[in-house]
Ligand binder design. Structure first.
Ligand code: GLC
Length: 446
């Protein structure tokens, strides 16, 4: 090697070592339990998100404190009026299970800083600050445990109420004194709360972080010390998955990748800036059933059941899960329209679950005609819109032995090119349904 080449080689090696794709000291090796939990998660395909807190009483969504520039002490008076007398964890769990969802993710503490469990770290919580005095996380965790629904917890990094929270882009009009910011104290508070959540309520399937982006305009990049926090979580519950809605590329210690209001790889909602780049971690897309996350009284803009089924089909076609949100009412009930959607999705999944649960992404990513899911020796073509000319041309990585309509078993005409696996199917005329499914029976290549 010439001297010049040697220097080039050294420079390249240094670049590789320092690039984030080759993390050095912070490289994260998940445990066996964690890997098993990821696999379980990927198979579940469908979960329900619940945004519930004292913001529900204002019925203006979960950002009301910030958007209406309310003083935090005035806002906190809502706690004394929070009495969700119709809350029944069992009923929630039954409705959610009835939808075919396999897990539920509840906001344990949102940006307003109010904790929905009996935390010892602050009195601003559902037991100490409301007349309701019930620990809803405890009740929900028990109901989940006895019915086999997996419980995930949303946890906000950002806090609009606590004075020790380091000032970010939001929460500047709530009457906090900026001189009281104290990262060491706030970090300790969060880690103590996470310790409570992971030691008191049985098995927690995932911690779902949000709010990281609050520091995206800092002049000096803010250090959230995430790795330390993620390690704490994994120490307390190795199988607990860590996800962060930071809208950036995944970071060491994370177990799932989250996409807000977008399918993995898309960037239509404008949240994914640094990297829409899809990782190899299990994927999850979160989306609202109507328009808002937290209950908003004027928001009756519910997606139809057909829309929701098609959304689930498309997320599955990319190998991702759908985390579908509902904003429970201030009285503790899930809105009637949401309940209806849950039950209709459940009816659909009870027939077609086989084509969704446990599947991976199809060879072809979602197209105008629909999406494709995959299992060993099987492919499911979810036709949501009749392809032009009634013909579908796709690539299948295996030898197609048979193609049948999933519902009726009716055989379908197909041709497959030996050279490259291209499959041409003639799609029968059919009634307009949410999703017309064709099953391919495939001999996989060795
Ligand atoms: C955003 C919002 C938040 C919501 C979350 C759900 O980050 O700030 O209110 O909880 O999205 O994805």
């Amino acid at each position: 090697m010439t001297a010049q080449r040697y220097i080039k080689f050294l420079l390249l090696a240094m670049l590789l070592i320092s690039s984030p794709a080759f993390p050095q000291n912070d490289s994260y090796i998940p445990t066996q339990e964690n890997l098993a939990s990821r696999e379980e998660f990927s198979k579940m395909k469908f979960g329900i998100f619940l945004h519930w807190g004292i913001y529900s009483t204002f019925a203006q969504g979960e950002w009301y404190l910030q958007n209406a520039k309310i003083d935090r002490l005035e806002y906190a008076k809502a706690a004394d009026a929070f009495y969700p007398h119709r809350f029944n964890a069992r009923e929630w769990v039954d409705a959610i299970k009835g939808s075919g969802a396999q897990y539920v993710c509840l906001t344990s503490r949102h940006h307003d800083g109010f904790s929905m469990w009996h935390t010892a770290q602050s009195d601003y919580n559902i037991v100490d600050a409301t007349p309701f005095k019930r620990d809803v996380i405890k009740e929900l965790s028990e109901a989940c445990e006895s019915s086999g629904l997996r419980l995930h917890l949303y946890y906000s990094h950002l806090d609009w109420t606590r004075e020790d929270y380091p000032w970010g882009r939001t929460g500047r009009f709530t009457g906090k004194d900026p001189s009281k910011q104290n990262w060491t104290s706030y970090k300790q508070f969060m880690n103590n709360q996470l310790t409570e959540l992971l030691t008191r309520y049985g098995k927690i399937g995932a911690i779902w972080f949000d709010g990281y982006w609050d520091h995206d305009q800092d002049s000096v990049p803010f250090n959230w010390e995430l790795r330390q926090q993620y390690d704490l979580i994994h120490r307390l519950q190795p199988a607990c998955l860590v996800g962060n809605n930071h809208h950036e590329a995944i970071k060491p210690g994370e177990d799932i990748q989250i996409f807000e209001r977008d399918l993995p790889g898309q960037n239509t909602a404008g949240f994914v800036d640094k990297a829409a780049e899809v990782s190899r971690l299990p994927l999850e897309t979160c989306e609202t059933m109507n328009g808002m996350w937290g209950y908003k009284v004027t928001d009756q803009n519910y997606k139809t059941t057909t829309d929701l089924i098609r959304l689930l089909v498309r997320t599955s076609g990319l190998g991702a899960n759908l985390l579908l949100n509902i904003g429970p009412q201030p009285n503790g009930e899930l809105p009637a329209t949401a309940l209806q959607r849950l039950s209709e999705m459940g009816q659909w999944l009870s027939h077609y679950g086989e084509t969704i649960y446990g599947t991976t992404a199809g060879e072809v990513s979602p197209q105008d005609w629909g999406a494709m899911t995959r299992k060993p020796q099987k492919r499911y073509l979810h036709i949501t819109h009749m392809p032009a000319g009634g013909q579908l041309v796709i690539l299948v990585d295996g030898i197609v032995r048979d193609a049948v309509v999933f519902d009726s078993g009716q055989k379908i005409k197909f041709k497959q090119k030996k050279s490259d696996g291209t499959l041409t199917l003639t799609i029968p005329e059919h009634e307009d349904v949410s999703d017309y499914i064709i099953e391919l029976r495939v001999k996989e290549h060795d």
